[in-house]
Design a binder for this molecule. Sequence first.
Ligand SMILES: [Ca+2]
Ligand SMILES: [Ca+2]
Ligand SMILES: [Ca+2]
Ligand SMILES: [Ca+2]
Length: 443
Amino acid sequence: MSRFSFALRKRASKKEGASSGGLWVAALLFAGLIILSAPAPTYSQTGSAPLSIEVSASVSQVDEPDYSHALEVSWKATGGTPPHHVTLEITGPDGITEVHDKEASEGTRQFKLAYPEGGTVLVNVKAEDSSGSSASGMTSVSLEPSPRVEIDEGVLDKGILACRKMAFSTEEDFVTQGPEPADGNPIISDGDLLGAGCVVCARNADLLQGFKVTVDLGLDAVDIIDVDRYLVAFSTELDSPNTGQFTAGDLLTTNGAVIPNGALLYGFGLRMVDLGLDAVHFVGESGRIIEFLDYVRSAGREYWLREGALQASLRQYGLDIWFSTEGTGPYPTQPAFLDGDLLSARDGTIVIPNSLLLPPGVPAGIPNRGVDFGLDAVTCDRAGNRENIHFSTEILYKREPGFTDGDVLLILDGVVYTNKDLVHCFEPNSNFLGLDALYIDRP
Ligand SMILES: [Ca+2]
Ligand SMILES: [Ca+2]
Ligand SMILES: [Ca+2]
Ligand SMILES: [Ca+2]
């Protein structure tokens, strides 16, 4: 697919374009002007000036769904033996060149570009006159990366960076008697994202800023992809109030991407079901995850409902999404999986069954050992080394080796952090607030 717009606009329409709809978000970022003559200027028979060409280009960011920047190129060929034939070559940061020939001696054209990651665009303009002489001029412009999500700086500075090492969410709302959150509100919601040391990394509304949702929808799964980009994958407890936008079973990211629950379950042969989403962890190289999530956002939610679209894309990017559902597969006598199993969205397989997460003495696993303890938070390293899986259950176990559903457990080992370890510095009136979303950097 082309990264360039073919809807080119001539100078006459520029004013209209510039003033309509407030598309021109940023001011001029860079403008270059280079004048080059032909290496061996050829004087025409009349002795006039040699053929030369002037080129200038500028770029601005645009706030449109399909385009990131608008490039304006102006040129003027003079001298030589008219008429002149002018060719524009525009090369994007990905090395793809678009050629526009048979342009007039002088002109200005606009091109819409789709390079949200930014980079350098080269503009090369060549002129030829009727005697066969040629001249060219080149300039370049720098594209600023597009902002991924509009987050106010105060939140970014004080909040999300505190979740670089660890992030979690409680199951209960509570009032902190300890450190006051940066926004001054002592009420902590079960939808807020919390960090080690009792910091509020993001309010529920901050996470949902890319979705234009302002009510608290809860938070029950999280994976911090990149704090510096404010890129967080998560799931809510409630459906979006905006019709058709996302459900509580969808995987969301702060850049506005939505992966529908049905796409996660496609590999299990389940169709048209939404079993909820209770825990999530991305496996793969961080840079590829970021690229993938940009692509997920640009493709739109409907695209991911196509058969196998998510699985194909995960393979292409070398990634997997580990997750758990709220509900068990819809075959009560012999379910495809339990809500306590850790699942692979790419392969449609069970990564680790509930029975192999918990220590051998715990009667986990249906039907053989008795109980499905649930899996409502999971984290691991990006390589997916199973021995580093940390998680939280949905129900507690009172015998030895005991644990609560608010503790952080290590696979086959047991409690690593108690719920009290996580929340005591908030000095809440209750020392048990539950745990339903967890991220640990390199656990
Ligand atoms: Ca929660
Ligand atoms: Ca959910
Ligand atoms: Ca959960
Ligand atoms: Ca739990």
